[in-house]
Ligand binder design. Structure first.
Ligand SMILES: CC(C)(COP(=O)(O)OP(=O)(O)OC[C@H]1O[C@@H](n2cnc3c(N)ncnc32)[C@H](O)[C@@H]1OP(=O)(O)O)[C@@H](O)C(=O)NCCC(=O)NCCS
Length: 197
């Protein structure tokens, strides 16, 4: 069962197909009109499929957290999706409900939390700690020993130098360069990255 059927779900679906582990892949979404996927029903129908494996393919960190939490509390089995053309060290741990997309590299001893999106072509170097429900957008480079707090979102092509700590619920604009710790929630952009909201 895939929850969500937008653009992010298209990419997750293709990874699930490549992994070849499931006989049928069925979509639930509250928008039943979809010109790409057949939608089986609204998301609330998840309760009729609790024997299935679930993946929540929703880009918004908060909404993905909401549905993953509901599924966990219902005892559903949440899978992770790791693209076969990604390079992930054996010493990396990846939480349930996370996706690692094509072309990603995750190096030694990094930890990826639950419900994370490690998007196309990112690199996450050694000893990083990426907490739950984080989204690392395409082409972002996270250097070694970086910690990123829950629900944070790094926009496309962000660069983070080593040994940085980013707190929870931080938004980083596309193309930003992070050279210092970010302690407060908010939106940060630019090179060097500065708070705008
Ligand atoms: C950072 C971001 C979230 C801000 O969006 P927003 O809250 O709607 O902010 P606005 O577009 O109103 O921009 C506010 C100001 O910040 C500037 N700004 C916005 N994003 C910026 C960026 N990435 N780099 C530099 N400046 C940026 C705008 O030019 C504007 O400046 P101004 O007030 O001088 O005109 C958004 O611009 C962004 O970069 N999103 C990332 C998208 C992405 O990577 N998606 C990947 C999906 S997989």
């Amino acid at each position: 069962m895939i929850i969500g059927a937008g653009g992010h779900a298209k990419v997750c679906y293709e990874i699930a197909k490549l992994l070849n582990c499931w006989r049928n892949i069925i979509f639930l979404d509250d928008c039943l009109e979809n010109n790409y996927f057949h939608i089986q029903g609204p998301i609330s129908n998840y309760k009729y499929f609790l024997e299935s494996d679930f993946f929540v393919a929703i880009g918004s960190n908060e909404i993905r957290k909401k549905f993953i939490t509901i599924l966990e509390e219902s005892g559903a089995s949440l899978i992770k999706l790791v693209h076969p053309q990604s390079i992930v060290s054996d010493s990396v741990s990846i939480g349930a409900g996370s996706v690692v997309m094509g072309g990603v590299v995750i190096n030694a001893c990094s930890k990826i939390g639950r419900g994370c999106i490690i998007n196309t072509g990112c690199t996450i170097d050694h000893d990083c700690n990426i907490k739950d429900f984080v989204h690392i957008s395409p082409g972002t480079n996270v250097s070694g020993s970086v910690q990123i707090g829950c629900l944070s979102w790094l926009g496309t092509g962000t660069t983070v130098i080593n040994n940085i700590e980013i707190s929870e619920k931080v938004i980083i604009g596309a193309g930003s360069v992070i050279l210092k710790n970010i302690k407060d929630q908010g939106t940060y952009v630019g090179h060097p990255c500065k708070k705008i909201k």
